[in-house]
Write a protein that binds this ligand. Structure first.
Ligand code: PMP
Length: 430
């Protein structure tokens, strides 16, 4: 017989490699493993679990759906559950976007929305190339991987989309122009404009530009509002559809319901997944009606929009709105950042603490070597946190950014508790 470890897909999958546990129970922000150990879950399905595990509002919505003889699968035929989800979703969007927006349900996972967006803007513009950003993460399917900055997973797959131009993202901590001020983003946006104007830069007119407002997997890097406004201006002036990937940031994570709202920009295409399914798989692409040039059936698929996920998603959104979670995320996020900055004061291995709302990253560097990346130490800190009951994931260019993505329902006391565990873990490995 195969042993337990073989039966689990630990070696092939990414998360269990560093978080080697089997989870038996989950409630709120806690998970319990098969041995009875309890952990704070600050990975939370990579930001999916906005209301934590098994929130009563979400469970109730699922139970009602399951016991009411509602259709659980209709291909993409409309149902009252779907109508309600779309209605609530549109009501949650800034009006100037919502009034021109069309919606397309995609496959279950975030990358499906990215694929749909790629097809959409290519079809609408008749152009083939796409602008993306260094450090950007858009998923692991073929097209989405092409848009992803990380070379490691790409190098094993020959023949990804060739027409992707990577532009510099305003990563001020490591950008040589960004030190001590906010010049980095100005230089970065001027440079991008210069590349687009230079007939010999090798950039052909693109079908779209895709960006994250706060890079997540790339290392929790918030783009300055002024830079986002510049990207909006640069793309508008050239008729380039701007695709904002809010798969990780959407629905309150950053202290705005949608992260792009803070800068006042309006995307042409908005990608949502993770939180919108209330812990179940769901992804959508919302796009300006001017791009609606694809023919009926141009993006069909059997599983586009799961009814149970829509019911869970609607309950999640309602709870977020009715309980003003977006406001509390701001306050809790500031508290977490302040706690972590205090820890940084005692530990030179913490190079940078940054983030927005409850999307916070701590960049680990060599305490003796300036900003030299120190992935071994980051992994040790992650492990020390796990041993003390705190699940955190690593990200960033060098795998050195410890990422805090707790459920949005975390309390101030719990913020202090996870900060304390993190402080002890850093202390223990130094
Ligand atoms: N875009 C962003 C910004 C993401 O964070 C992710 C997932 N981490 C994806 C796309 C891909 O989503 P999925 O893993 O569900 O395919």
């Amino acid at each position: 017989y195969l042993d337990r470890q073989q039966l689990r897909e630990s070696n092939a999958r990414s998360y269990p490699r560093r978080i080697p546990m089997a989870i038996r129970e989950a409630k709120g922000i806690f998970v319990t493993d098969v041995d009875g150990n309890v952990y704070f879950d600050c990975l939370a399905g990579a930001g999916t679990l906005a209301l934590g595990h098994n929130h009563p509002a979400v469970i109730e919505a699922m139970q009602q759906t399951l016991t009411g003889n509602y259709p659980l699968h209709t291909l993409d035929l409309t149902t009252p559950i779907k109508d309600r989800f779309v209605e609530e979703l549109f009501a949650s969007l800034p009006e100037n976007f919502a009034k021109r927006a069309k919606i397309q349900f995609c496959g279950p996972t975030g990358a499906d929305a990215v694929e749909a967006a790629l097809k959409l803007v290519k079809t609408a513009t008749g152009r083939r190339s796409v602008l993306s950003f260094s450090g950007g993460y858009h998923g692991m399917s073929h097209g989405a991987l092409s848009l992803t900055g990380n070379i490691a997973p790409k190098s094993a797959v020959p023949g990804l989309m060739a027409d992707v131009h990577f532009l510099p993202y305003p990563y001020d901590y490591r950008c040589p122009f960004g030190v001590g001020g906010d010049n980095g983003h100005k230089i970065s946006s001027r440079y991008i404009e210069y590349l687009l104007e230079d007939p010999e830069s090798g950039i052909v007119p693109p079908a779209g530009m895709i960006l994250e407002v706060v890079q997540g997997e790339g290392g929790v890097i918030p783009a300055p509002d002024a830079w986002l406004q510049e990207m909006r201006r640069i793309t508008s002036e050239r008729d380039i559809p701007l695709i904002v990937d809010e798969i990780q940031t959407g629905w309150g994570r950053t202290g705005n319901l949608y992260a792009f709202e803070r800068s006042g920009i309006t995307p042409d295409v908005l990608l949502l997944s993770k939180a919108i399914g209330g812990s179940l798989p769901l992804s959508v692409v919302l796009y300006d009606e001017k791009l609606d040039l694809w023919k009926p059936g141009a993006h069909a698929g059997t599983f586009r929009g799961n009814q149970l996920a829509m019911a869970a998603g609607t309950a999640t959104l309602k709870y977020i709105m009715e309980n003003q979670l977006v406001d509390s995320v701001k306050v809790l996020g500031d508290r977490l950042m302040q706690n972590l900055q205090q820890i940084q004061g005692n530990h030179p291995c913490i190079g940078d603490v940054r983030g927005r709302g409850l999307m916070v990253g701590v960049e680990i560097v060599n305490p003796h070597g300036g900003k030299t990346a120190y992935p071994e130490l980051a992994r040790k800190i992650q492990k020390a946190c796990l041993e003390r009951g705190l699940i955190l994931e690593l990200g960033g260019r060098f795998g050195t950014v410890v990422r805090f993505l707790p459920p949005l329902i975390i309390t101030a006391d719990q913020i202090d508790a996870i900060s304390e565990i993190f402080a002890q873990a850093v202390e223990a490995v130094n």
